[in-house]
Design a protein. Structure first.
Length: 416
């Protein structure tokens, strides 16, 4: 959409403003038709392709864009000398202004009104797909099925002034120069209810993805003992983090939060602990490892990055008073459920990870990155057994990440 419903109503309520708006669209139509014709005339020499950026949600804005650009450099979208891509923003609000500034530095961004009309006119003509930036289903869902992120360095970087500001703000947060820090976030209902109150699937249908942030308490305290600072990130959150430790910083509630630091923290952390929610994509963009905890649905685990680890929820069958095995989850289709209602209808309760489970997998993540983790033959066999059950799909072209080792050791019955 070029304009959302609220903007349209605003224009309708002011007759003059509405008239000016329609006039501007008509004026943009002339150059739009010109460019559509021009693109087709020059396609023998160069193909011009167009697409709006997915800039409303930070996960898609960060990761989807980065994956596409990496795939482009790897030649996965045609010979790079044969086409030029142009991008535009539609009228929906941009989720993060700092990320927008950074993408503007590396992408060709065209005026929104003109680009939107070019896109619409092009869509009405034959062979319109040739002039659209390709965006497959896996890419739409932020899946790096070609492992492109590990083959190409990040496209975004901070300016010198931005680096200075970021480092100064870290010191204001209480993090000394050169100190390592770990970011963590727990998805809760507050963000979706505040910013997307009318998008049902974000507020109610996916509340199974939420986690009490204080389940991180043991893990945070242990990482402090190991020399790290911990930073709880997030924009609008349901509750404060219940720790008085000065090395555990509740950035989401302490007044320092802004769009710039949301990006800077994700880019500079040692690793990121997440429940699988948008902001962790910033760390993926900057090639920082991610530990996914409390993860569901099981079939949708991120599997492409070798330094990522995930910890799934367990599936409890209410009528039988037992946990489902991994094989049962996959074969029943429950591993693909994307709404709370589906779990309820099938009589499944998703069990949150315990503080102890999150502690153990966080220790594994830290030790693997510092190369002090000792892998046993049993651990490797359990990993192979789990992934042997994992369904192949267009979202999992290659398996490189790991499921938590301690979780598998203590839940071997789920592998039966």
């Amino acid at each position: 959409m070029l304009f959302n419903l609220n903007e349209f109503k605003k224009y309708q309520s002011d007759g003059l403003l509405f008239f000016i708006h329609i006039l501007l669209i008509i004026l943009w139509l002339i150059p739009a038709f010109f460019f559509v014709i021009l693109f087709r005339l020059i396609n023998y020499w160069i193909i011009i392709r167009i697409r709006p950026l997915y800039h409303q949600r930070i996960g898609h804005f960060a990761k989807n864009t980065e994956i596409y650009l990496c795939e482009q450099k790897l030649g996965m979208h045609g010979p790079i000398n044969k086409y030029k891509d142009i991008w535009y923003y539609n009228a929906e609000p941009t989720c993060n202004q700092q990320l927008k500034r950074m993408w503007n530095r590396v992408l060709k961004i065209w005026p929104s009104h003109l680009s939107f009309l070019i896109d619409i006119i092009n869509s009405c003509l034959p062979d319109s797909a040739t002039y659209k930036i390709p965006w497959g289903d896996a890419l739409c869902k932020g899946r790096d099925i070609n492992n492109a992120l590990e083959k190409i360095p990040p496209h975004l970087s901070f300016t010198n002034d931005e680096e200075i500001y970021g480092k100064n703000t870290l010191e204001l947060l209480g993090i000394p120069k050169g100190a390592l820090f770990i970011c963590f976030i727990a998805r809760d209902k507050q963000y979706a209810n505040t910013f997307f109150p009318n998008i049902y699937h974000l507020t109610y249908l996916q509340d199974y993805r939420n986690l009490d942030v204080n389940k991180y308490l043991l893990a945070a305290e242990e990482m402090v003992k190991r020399g790290f600072y911990l930073i709880r990130v997030g924009s609008v959150v349901e509750k404060v983090f219940a720790s008085n430790n000065p090395k555990i910083i509740d950035y989401a509630t302490n007044g320092f939060r802004n769009d710039f630091m949301d990006i800077y923290l994700g880019a500079k952390c040692h690793f990121f602990i997440s429940t699988g929610t948008g902001i962790d994509a910033v760390s993926s963009l900057f090639r920082k490892p991610i530990l996914f905890v409390n993860y569901a649905p099981l079939n949708w685990a991120f599997s492409s990055c070798k330094n990522d680890i995930f910890l799934p929820r367990k599936y409890w069958l209410n009528n039988e008073n037992r946990f489902m095995s991994f094989r049962e989850i996959f074969e029943s289709g429950a591993g693909e459920f994307l709404s709370t209602a589906q779990y309820i209808d099938m009589g499944i309760t998703l069990i949150e990870n315990t503080q102890e489970e999150i502690l153990e997998v966080t220790i594994e993540m830290e030790e693997r990155l510092n190369r002090t983790w000792i892998t046993t033959e049993e651990d490797e066999n359990l990993q192979k057994k789990f992934w042997s059950y994992y369904p192949q799909s267009e979202f999992h072209d290659g398996i490189n990440s790991r499921i938590g080792a301690d979780f598998l050791r203590k839940n071997q019955e789920l592998l039966e």
